[in-house]
Design a protein around this ligand. Structure first.
Ligand code: ADP
Length: 192
């Protein structure tokens, strides 16, 4: 990792937390909680959602069906982690980001809310480390550079009041996403 892939940010109680970027597949990352980019029906889909459900196995979808009737855009719900528990993941936070409709339909606030809510739910559960994908940046069409700015700012701000989360890892699936987040992280570090 070079200096562009990690920043320290203020955390609750005057301590510090870290935001890190890694390139890869979120289903292979060893953290306490991973965040899924779900749809509001919590019905399963392609992209990162399909990959997480395939890796976790059918218990996670069964829990979603049993406990929740969908989730509004900007919200999130928590389940156990199914087979991802084999490598230490304890919770999956299913977050619903907005579909990009041109930027004038409240997308930025809804995306920020999806990140904030996910971090708060992971924190309430007791997670110390959380991994996020680039919510809404795939099938939902949110422009990647704007996703990165909203994601990093909202997670940085939410870390400031988190009680247990001390490490937030963004897992970027391709090189373009990684480089875009890297630029946005640098901009945030310089403006801090
Ligand atoms: P959305 O419907 O919220 O746009 P997608 O799953 O289509 O969700 O895409 C969100 C982001 O997740 C995209 O940047 C996509 O490249 C990325 N992605 C897809 N599969 C994975 C994976 N296994 N791990 C991490 N990120 C992934």
């Amino acid at each position: 990792m070079d200096g562009n892939d990690r920043i320290e940010v203020g955390a609750a109680g005057g301590g510090s937390a870290a935001i890190e970027l890694i390139a890869g597949d979120i289903t292979t990352v060893r953290v306490d909680a991973i965040v899924n980019a779900a749809n509001s029906a919590l019905a399963g889909g392609g992209g990162v959602d399909g990959a997480i459900h395939r890796a976790a196995g059918p218990d996670v979808m069964a829990e979603l069906r049993a406990r929740y009737r969908g989730c509004p855009t900007g919200g999130a719900v928590v389940t156990a982690s199914g087979r991802l528990a084999d490598h230490g993941v304890r919770w999956i936070v299913h977050a619903v980001g907005p579909i990009w409709r041109g930027g004038e339909a409240g997308e930025a606030e809804l995306l920020a809310s999806a990140y904030r809510t996910s971090l708060r739910l992971a924190d309430d559960a007791g997670a110390r480390s959380v991994a996020f994908p680039a919510i809404s940046a795939g099938i939902y069409g949110y422009p990647l550079d704007q996703t990165a700015a909203v994601a990093l700012r909202s997670v940085r701000d939410a870390l400031a009041t988190a009680r247990s989360v001390e490490r937030a890892v963004f897992v970027l699936f391709d090189d373009r996403a990684f480089r875009t987040f890297e630029r946005a992280l640098r901009a945030i570090a310089e403006s801090a």
